[in-house]
Design a binder for this molecule. Sequence first.
Ligand SMILES: NC(=O)c1ccc[n+]([C@@H]2O[C@H](COP(=O)([O-])OP(=O)(O)OC[C@H]3O[C@@H](n4cnc5c(N)ncnc54)[C@H](O)[C@@H]3O)[C@@H](O)[C@H]2O)c1
Length: 228
Amino acid sequence: MEKRVILLIGYKGLIGNYLYRFFKKKKYTKLLAIDKDDKINLLDSTVLKNFLEVNKNINYIINASGKNDHIKREKDKNKHEDVKILLDYINENVVVPKNIIELSSVTCKKLKSVVHFSSLYGLKSPYHPIYNRKKSLSYCVSKTALEGLTKYYATLLAPKGIRINNIRVGGVKNNQPKDFIKSFLKKTPINQMVNKKDLANTVDFLCSEKSKYIIGENISLDGGYTLW
Ligand SMILES: NC(=O)c1ccc[n+]([C@@H]2O[C@H](COP(=O)([O-])OP(=O)(O)OC[C@H]3O[C@@H](n4cnc5c(N)ncnc54)[C@H](O)[C@@H]3O)[C@@H](O)[C@H]2O)c1
């Protein structure tokens, strides 16, 4: 059986690091992994272009990089986000995925599928009270844009045999305050935070021929959070 070649971007992050260990153990899989922490910053499209040029045999790309809005205290609750912050989020969460899709679909002749990660707030507004502050507007807008980008490129690249999909991830446990988790779970029908293994299995499915008829989806992996 021929090995699938997977590129994992952002392998040092919370989700990326789990995926790295998960795919490292998989049979018939060659894993390439890059991260900004290793001085490979994809905000510079030349860096990505050069990397793909020497790794043209990639079949699957998992993009676990991005800019997150982790829980923090807000000093001034009435202050609106600066445009600079919005542009930072757009660059990390929209421009980087755009470059990944555009460059890899031209350079990697055996490319089959690209997976990105959206958020609950790519689909709906945050319920601000559980955060004890406003959730970042820029984060939400960037994830909504990512969902649009996914659908746009899915239709354009399907005839080339390249599938673009997105997993809309719910809350991953990451030392959040106990009262936050309690409120978050009240809004999650399954009453559990995201299980990283379930997430990895969904990514694995999208990086296989088992999902070959699925394109342009923003798959909710959220225990039902977005249903209410
Ligand atoms: N953690 C969650 O609860 C959650 C929920 C929903 C969606 N997501 C999404 O999943 C993805 C991964 O989230 P996470 O929590 O693991 O994030 P994280 O911040 O823990 O990790 C992101 C990783 O990507 C790398 N990175 C960032 N920008 C990069 C760039 N320009 N070039 C190369 N590498 C870069 C960082 O160095 C880091 O290692 C993000 O898109 C995030 O928005 C996460």
